[in-house]
Design a binder for this molecule. Structure first.
Ligand SMILES: [Fe+2]
Ligand SMILES: [Fe+2]
Length: 221
C-alpha cells in the first residue's frame, strides 16, 4: 500500500477477485484492500451504474415496505382469526426483507422513494380491505402482490446477470433469496383458497395493475 502526502482522493475503485483496488486521483497511488470494502453493492464505477443501482434498490425497498404494510393491514382485520399466525409468519419475513434494504440504502446513502407515505397508507388499505372480504380475499391479494414482486425480482436478476454476475454477486444472492420467499408467499396464498374468492381474477388483475404502476413510479420518484 502506498501513501500519498496529501489527503488521498480515491475516486474510483476496481474489484479484482476478493480485493478492491482504489486509486487516488491526484497522485495515482493505489490502495489495495484485502477484503471487499462493501457488503452488498460495489462502489459505482460511474454515474450510469450508480443510477442503475439506486433505481434497483429504491424500488426494492419501496416494494418491501409496501408488502409489509399490506400484511399489517391484513393482520389488523384477520390477526385474531385462525389465519392470523400464517399472515404473521409472512409479515415477519417481509420485515426482514425491509430491514435488509433499509441497511443497504443507509450504507450506500441512497434515498428512499419520496412516495413512502403513500405506500404506507395504500399498502395498509389494500391489505385491510381485501382481508375484509375474508381469508380468501387476503390470500387473493397475497397471490397477486407476491406474483408481481417475484416477477419484478426475476427481471432484476436477469438484468444484473446480463450486466456482470461477478460484480453483483452479493446483491444477486439477496434478491434471489427474497424472490424465493415471495414465491413461497404466493404459493401459500394459493394453498389457502385464494382462487375460491368470487371475482378472483378481476381482483388479481386490478391489484397487479396497481403494483406495476407502483413499481414504475417508485423507480423514478
Ligand atoms: Fe418481501
Ligand atoms: Fe412476500
Amino acid at each position: 500500500m502506498q501513501r500519498a502526502a496529501h489527503t488521498a482522493l480515491y475516486d474510483w475503485s476496481q474489484i479484482v477477485g476478493p480485493a478492491v483496488i482504489r486509486r487516488c486521483l491526484k497522485c495515482r497511488a493505489t490502495l489495495q484492500q484485502s477484503s471487499r470494502a462493501f457488503s452488498v453493492i460495489p462502489p459505482p464505477r460511474d454515474s450510469e451504474e450508480k443510477e442503475m443501482l439506486d433505481r434497483i434498490l429504491r424500488v426494492d425497498h419501496a416494494g418491501e415496505y409496501g408488502a409489509s404494510r399490506i400484511y399489517a393491514g391484513q393482520m389488523a382485520v384477520l390477526g385474531r382469526t385462525r389465519t392470523g399466525p400464517l399472515i404473521q409468519e409472512m409479515w415477519d419475513q417481509e420485515k426482514k426483507h425491509l430491514e435488509k434494504f433499509n441497511e443497504i440504502l443507509a450504507e450506500n446513502r441512497i434515498r428512499p422513494t419520496a412516495l413512502l407515505p403513500l405506500w404506507n397508507i395504500a399498502g395498509f388499505v389494500l391489505g385491510a380491505s381485501t382481508a375484509l372480504l375474508g381469508k380468501e380475499g387476503a390470500m387473493a391479494c397475497t397471490v397477486a402482490v407476491e406474483e408481481s414482486i417475484s416477477e419484478h425480482y426475476n427481471s432484476q436478476i436477469r438484468a444484473l446477470m446480463e450486466k456482470d454476475p461477478e460484480r453483483y454477486t452479493e446483491l444477486l444472492k439477496i434478491i434471489k433469496e427474497f424472490r424465493d420467499d415471495e414465491m413461497d408467499h404466493h404459493d401459500t396464498g394459493l394453498e389457502h383458497d385464494a382462487e375460491t374468492l368470487p371475482g378472483y381474477w378481476l381482483l388479481k388483475n386490478a391489484i397487479q395493475l396497481g403494483c406495476k404502476a407502483a413499481i414504475y413510479v417508485s423507480q423514478r420518484v
